[in-house]
Design a protein around this ligand. Structure first.
Ligand code: SF4
Length: 455
């Protein structure tokens, strides 16, 4: 087991011992007052005064650890200390990337084993030890396990599938940028992810060529394009996972973007808070705070991802004033039922993440085993709308193949017309009339009674 480097993230230390309390001194900065404890029926509480002690060089941040992940660490990574486990760099370095490593943790099916061994090219196999702790060691049909452990179906391309189904490469003015909508760009800053999702839209790119990030000259070319295109007001950093970049590179990149006068709004699309929550250090949140308005879209798939560690990570981001939205891909056998989606969306609200998009799975090559019908997505939205808090209902979208952009789909509540009255169906399936003189909604030829035509 490798040693991880010491990190420098300062966090408020815990309360001082009651007997030695730092007190300010105008001439000398600080001094220490020794208190002699006196018997008292109501002993004073220890003061929560910020410490003025220098931090030891080995100081590393505290991070919540669920009993489950602690037990997993002790069983499978006994050489790793809790500090190692809480260090995102340790997690990145110890990603599970081979059959041999994975067989230490899970009982692999012959199909899983064959699929991993057959793999070559982009979208490699990789899982952080933290996320591996959430996988069922025996059940290869478990939702989370299906999303990150390859299976042989990945190698079968079905009708309508493509390597680049959204036509991103055709709308890329310079490497790393996708400019599809006039006022915003997608900036693919790295091909590295903490965990590789088997349904990734950018399977053709991520993890390719040794998981490299864009080179400095490529980043400069992309920045020059943004600088010279005044219509761009919104930049979405994606990849790969932008939080795979270290703090220094991220700081540099965000600083450069923030200095472009017409860029009003920065966004980061990431899965790290779900698969590598240790990445959300106090140092990172302080860095991100400098670049507001900055929003974050976090990729969540299933309620089993909502652990105490993930709640801590999202809480830190929310406390830094970063509005958080979720993006979820609808996946067959993983999250394609109403109870699972309701648990996920309601759980996200509890950790201060607003459900934003539910995506129809893109037809990437080898995705047939993950794709549901579009009706399934509408059925799920119908099962959420009105049945839970409005904030918990995401927008269901199909990203149009060929580069048409996101097209939202909604269950249609318009049942037709009766004279001037518009007939609307509520969440429980009951019909209601709304007096709507002169309106045309509900008068279409597909309207059930078509009263407008007969009137
Ligand atoms: S984290 Fe995002 S970019 Fe990376 S593999 Fe998963 S879906 Fe693809």
């Amino acid at each position: 087991m490798q040693d991880s480097p010491q990190t420098e993230d300062p966090e408020p230390p815990g309360p001082l011992e009651a007997s030695a309390v730092a007190t300010p001194d105008a001439s000398f900065g600080s001094s220490y007052e020794i208190r002699v404890p006196l018997p008292s029926l109501n002993p004073p509480r220890p003061k929560l005064t910020p410490a003025r002690f220098p931090r030891p060089a080995s100081y590393r941040p505290r991070f919540v650890n669920s009993p489950h992940s602690q037990a997993f660490r002790l069983r499978h990574y006994p050489e790793a200390s809790q500090s190692d486990w809480n260090d995102w760099r340790w997690q990145q370095r110890h990603r599970v990337k081979s059959v041999h490593d994975l067989e230490r943790l899970l009982t692999l099916s012959p199909e899983e084993k064959a699929a991993i061994e057959r793999h070559a090219g982009p979208l490699p196999f990789g899982i952080t030890p933290y996320y591996a702790s959430l996988l069922d060691p025996e059940d290869n049909t478990q939702a989370l396990r299906r999303t990150v452990v390859p299976v042989l179906e990945e190698y079968t391309t079905s009708a309508g599938e493509a390597l680049d189904p959204l036509g991103e490469d055709a709308t890329s003015p310079v490497p790393g940028l996708v400019h599809r909508y006039p006022d915003r760009v997608l900036f693919l800053v790295t091909g590295l992810c903490a965990v590789y999702c088997r349904y990734c839209t950018r399977a053709r790119l991520v993890g390719a060529s040794g998981e490299g990030s864009l080179k400095k000259h490529q980043l400069e070319a992309a920045l020059a394009y943004i600088e010279s295109t005044p219509t761009i007001r919104d930049v979405l950093l994606s990849g790969g996972d932008p939080l795979s970049l270290d703090d220094e590179r991220l700081d540099w990149l965000l600083g450069r973007l923030r200095r472009i006068p017409h860029v009003e709004f920065l966004r980061i699309g990431t899965k790290n808070p779900a698969v590598l929550p240790q990445r959300i250090t106090p140092r990172l949140t302080r860095l991100l705070k400098k670049y507001h308005p900055l929003w974050m879209s976090i990729h969540f798939i299933h309620p089993d991802e909502l652990t105490p560690e993930v709640a801590e990570a999202c809480g830190r981001l929310a406390d830094a004033g970063i509005p958080l939205g979720s993006q979820t891909v609808l996946l067959k056998g993983v999250n394609d039922d109403i109870p699972t989606q309701k648990r996920l969306m309601q759980g996200l609200l509890k950790i201060r993440v607003k459900p934003y998009y539910l995506y129809q799975c893109d037809p990437i090559a080898g995705s047939a085993h993950f794709r549901t019908s579009v009706e399934k997505g509408l059925e799920i939205i119908q099962g959420l709308r009105g049945h839970t808090t409005g904030y918990a209902v995401p927008t269901f979208v199909v990203d149009a193949p060929g580069g048409g952009g996101k097209i939202p789909l909604f269950p249609d509540p318009v049942a037709g017309r009766s004279g001037d009255d518009l007939l609307l169906r509520n969440y429980a399936g009951n019909l209601y009339r709304y007096p709507d003189p002169g309106g045309a909604l509900g008068c279409g030829p597909s309207s059930p009674q078509d009263p407008c035509v007969s009137a």
